[in-house]
Design a protein around this ligand. Structure first.
Ligand code: PRP
Ligand code: URA
Length: 212
């Protein structure tokens, strides 16, 4: 894993292999969804390295002991709708008791500015580790808006996870939220004139949900 200024780029061969499969335009909805979830599990393993543990009393067949377990109720996952929903199951596989909030944002096709249409966060948000999920970090507008919103609601310990990022998005996000670590599966080359990531994978939401 490459780490620079709170940006963690995953190098694991399994993550790279599965991202290459995602990029392929021949990959259909069913396989695309499965791959997004598998990549999220692999990335989640790294991103949740510092999850808080609590010692729980357990009776083994031999004796009673105190043994560490993840305080799952302290984790909130916040997928950015729609595409972030595809990653939610991957994190819930790792921490089934995590709470799930939702932030609905869509990018205006002309201006590429994010517009909010839904927000529901688990309370009390200020006492949780919050993992914001979105497979694509392009201009960074959506991720910045989502984290602004979470911070306005009192969220403090926030992480952002994406599968593919453009350098422009990393820069914008990092300038606005230097305190929020970015976990990224692959750093791509650049954005095109429509603010799509190159080489990217196209429109993640449409490929996950089979729309368009
Ligand atoms: C996509 C993607 C991100 C956003 C990234 O969502 O899932 O949320 O664009 O672009 P940005 O970094 O330039 O903001 P989109 O707005 O297409 O909505 P969708 O998930 O409903 O398809
Ligand atoms: N949103 C996507 O789904 N893909 C991109 O390349 C950019 C924004």
């Amino acid at each position: 894993m490459i780490m620079k200024e709170n940006v963690f780029i995953m190098e694991h061969p399994l993550i790279q292999h599965k991202i290459s499969m995602l990029r392929d335009e021949r990959t259909g909805t069913n396989e695309f969804r499965r791959l997004i979830e598998e990549i999220t599990v692999l990335m989640g393993y790294e991103a949740l390295r510092d999850l808080p543990l609590e010692d729980i009393k357990i009776k083994t067949p031999i004796e009673t002991c105190y043994s560490p377990m993840v305080s799952g109720k302290k984790l909130a996952i916040v997928p950015i709708l729609r595409a972030g929903l595809g990653m939610t199951g991957g994190i819930l596989t790792l921490v089934p008791s995590a709470k799930v909030g939702h932030i609905g944002l869509y990018r205006d096709e002309e201006t590429h500015e994010p517009h909010e249409y839904f927000c529901k966060l688990p309370a009390p948000i200020d006492q949780r580790t919050i993992l914001v999920l979105d497979p694509m970090l392009a201009t960074g507008g959506s991720a910045v808006a989502a984290v602004n919103f979470i911070k306005q609601h009192g969220g403090k310990n926030i992480k952002f996870m994406c599968i593919i990022a453009a350098p422009e998005g990393i820069k914008h996000f990092h300038e606005c939220h230097p305190d929020v670590p970015i976990y990224c599966g692959h750093l791509d080359r650049c954005l095109n004139e429509n603010a799509y990531i190159c080489p990217g994978l196209g429109d993640a939401g449409d490929r996950i949900f089979g729309t368009k």
